[in-house]
Design a protein around this ligand. Structure first.
Ligand code: 5GP
Ligand code: ZN
Length: 114
């Protein structure tokens, strides 16, 4: 847990998050500023900044949660597909320094990747 991390605060229940899925090691919740309906963030509950900081078990848990959440999110908003992406480090646009995968639902004819 990092004291000044907004996603750790969501994990701790100190600020609200709209939970999509949760298990012992991971959490998925709706993005506060969605790029598309259903835009969801998938995180490990432990605080780590970079993907490469996760140990193998936690990385596997995170991937399993993505595999579960992606089709559930697509179904929930009637999407045809989704972009799944990690901004891994500030120079790549990572603003929240806690590993998170974006699941962004996509719709036929919506104009391409954001
Ligand atoms: P990044 O640019 O770090 O890859 O993406 C951070 C994402 O976190 C952004 O899409 C932003 O809208 C989202 N975000 C930032 N603060 C909060 C928050 O307090 N709650 C939720 N649900 N999402 C947040
Ligand atoms: Zn954190």
């Amino acid at each position: 847990m990092s004291d000044d991390c907004v996603f750790c605060a969501i994990v701790a229940g100190d600020i609200p998050g709209r939970t999509v899925y949760e298990d012992d090691g991971t959490l998925a919740f709706l993005d506060a500023n969605p790029l598309a309906p259903g835009h969801t963030l998938v995180i490990p509950k432990e605080h780590h900044q970079h993907l490469q900081d996760l140990d193998d078990d936690l990385a596997a848990d995170l991937y399993a949660t993505l595999q579960r959440v992606v089709p559930a999110v697509e179904d929930s908003v009637g999407a045809d597909a989704s972009n799944v992406a990690f901004n891994n480090g500030p120079a790549a646009g990572q603003e929240v320094p806690h590993v998170h995968g974006h699941v962004i639902p996509r719709f036929e004819g919506d104009g391409g990747a954001p």
